[in-house]
Design a protein around this ligand. Structure first.
Ligand SMILES: Cc1cc2nc3c(=O)[nH]c(=O)nc-3n(C[C@H](O)[C@H](O)[C@H](O)COP(=O)(O)OP(=O)(O)OC[C@H]3O[C@@H](n4cnc5c(N)ncnc54)[C@H](O)[C@@H]3O)c2cc1C
Length: 480
């Protein structure tokens, strides 16, 4: 397992990141990326320090080498418990606000390795590529981002029918040594701070889309690969006090452009095969394993929101009020506990198939379907508890340092339960969660990190045990 310093050093690889039209020389020292990178580096250090801890790592049966649980192929519910601990370990440093920590795409890759038979269908060498890259990523503890949804060019027409070919990524040429890829994929969150990129499609490809039907990995500094981040929030944050989340936990969503990137065969998992690309996430356990990470991560975020709500009520001296207690219980605690139960059910009652324990799809998709509602509900409840608190704040932390304003700031912004600085620190934190650009992106993330709501709902439709429900109705109709 690697150290934080080794992770940071690896990011100085000449990757082509363009911000405001200019190339970023070094992401590790650029104010847009440095803080989130530090957060990930610290977590790598903590993971390294816990290398011998059986709660977080496992020993490779063949070599005895210890690896983080994010690389463990789950065979039992207990293995899923081991994976859950790893996901929590990676989610807690950002309070669940960073979704694409290294354990997310590690889950996809680990699931692929457990299901190599799917990739073998394109030729046994492709299954070998998956296995070798999985082993490398595990051994080197690599951080992968992924780009698996194409830009909204024209959703009514398959990629091969677009007026301009290769706006969506596809193979423009083949050589003896590999393929050349051209096109853009919409979002790869965290790409600027990851080591490698996994490129494929989770949106269904149509017959005729063969040139686009690829699944592959490239290092983030591959020749021709360009990373175009959206506006980062850390650079807009005036101080950590005023924007504690924007300044530290922005995982920066990034559009990735392949300008004729050469990809050697050993990095190709699927080569121009529509059927396999369409099957890879759902035939293999990868979709449920990756989204199990999302559930565990979201559970941490919910707990954090519950803590924020309670602390806000305490600071306002409202926590003893029966109606506030009812809000905290009914609109926050009940939802957090219900979601926690879903994540636990996905782990404790796995779907066993092909020697792999999948987090049960019924509970994974129920959790995903609820996620976008819960985030809205909890954000709204936090706003309700806050009232005008977010607006009753000085314009910045400088109000505490100015000789002219300090006395008024300390006198009039305090509450009976907290001095002004403590109270404003909490209020600014909650506002950064629910009201700033960072907060708005958090909402969008929970709504769309996987797919639009109807897509998630259809997965739920397919995963639910309708047989038991139908049987009850049939029995009822027959008994009179
Ligand atoms: C913050 C954030 C982070 C993300 N991170 C990643 C990442 O790391 N990697 C990655 O690959 N992707 C990432 N995504 C992309 C994400 O997977 C997609 O946004 C998601 O799958 C939805 O696809 P879309 O954006 O193309 O929206 P669309 O599928 O176009 O949906 C937009 C809206 O249009 C509706 N709609 C779509 N098609 C039709 C139709 N035919 N008729 C009627 N209505 C329709 C949908 O219901 C929805 O309401 C991220 C997205 C967000 C917001």
């Amino acid at each position: 397992m690697r150290t934080g310093a080794a992770y940071v050093a690896a990011l100085r690889d000449g990757r082509a990141v363009y911000l405001d039209g200019e190339r970023v020389k070094d992401v590790t020292s650029h104010p847009a990326f440095a803080e989130p990178i530090r957060c990930i580096a610290r977590t790598y250090d903590h993971a390294k320090a816990a290398e011998a801890d059986p709660a977080l790592t496992y020993a490779d049966p063949a070599t005895g080498t210890r690896h983080g649980n994010m690389w463990l192929v789950p065979r039992t519910a207990e293995d899923l418990g081991a994976r859950r601990r790893a996901h929590r370990f990676w989610a807690e440093p950002s309070y669940g606000l960073m979704g694409r920590t290294p354990d997310h795409v590690a889950s996809v890759l680990t699931a692929f390795s457990a299901w190599r038979q799917l990739f073998d269908r394109g030729g046994a060498r492709f299954g070998d590529h998956v296995m070798r890259f999985y082993e490398r990523a595990r051994d080197e503890d690599l951080y992968l981002a992924y780009a698996i949804v194409p830009p909204q060019v024209d959703r009514s027409t398959p990629a091969h029918r677009h007026a301009e070919p290769f706006l969506h990524p596809g193979v423009v040429r083949e050589t003896d040594a590999g393929i050349v890829v051209r096109g853009a994929q919409a979002i790869a969150t965290s790409a600027t701070m990851a080591d490698w990129l996994f490129l494929s499609y989770i949106t269904p490809l149509a017959p005729g889309d063969d040139a686009y039907a690829i699944s592959l990995v490239v290092p983030m500094n591959a020749e021709g690969l360009r990373l175009y981040p959206r506006r980062p929030y850390a650079t807009a944050a005036t101080s950590v006090f005023d924007y504690p989340l924007s300044a530290r936990f922005d995982e920066v969503d990034t559009t990735v452009v392949f300008n004729d990137v050469f990809v050697p065969w050993e990095q190709v998992f699927i080569d121009r095969n529509v059927e396999l690309v369409n099957a890879q996430f759902h035939d293999s356990p990868s979709h449920t394993m990756a989204n199990f990470q999302s559930l565990v991560r979201f559970g941490v975020k919910l707990e954090f929101m519950a803590g924020l709500a309670l602390r806000l009520a305490e600071v306002q001296g409202a926590d003893g009020d029966p109606s506030v207690q009812a809000t905290l219980g009914g609109d926050i605690a009940a939802l957090c506990a219900a979601f926690d139960a879903l994540a636990k059910a996905a782990e404790r009652f796995p779907l066993l198939a092909g020697g792999v324990a999948r987090p049960h799809p019924q509970y994974v998709y129920a959790g995903m379907g609820l996620q976008r509602r819960l985030i809205v509900d909890l954000m709204r409840t936090l706003r309700e508890l806050a009232g005008g608190a977010f607006q009753t704040v000085p314009s910045s932390e400088a109000a505490f340092t100015s000789e002219e304003t300090r006395a008024d700031t300390e006198r009039y912004y305090k509450s009976a339960a907290a001095p002004a600085r403590e109270r404003l620190k909490l209020v600014r934190l909650i506002w950064d969660f629910v009201g700033t650009e960072f907060g708005g992106r958090q909402l969008q993330y929970e709504m769309f990190y996987s797919a639009a709501q109807p897509v998630v709902n259809r997965r739920m439709f397919k995963s639910y045990d309708w047989q038991a429900a139908k049987a009850l109705v049939a029995r009822c109709l027959h008994e009179y």
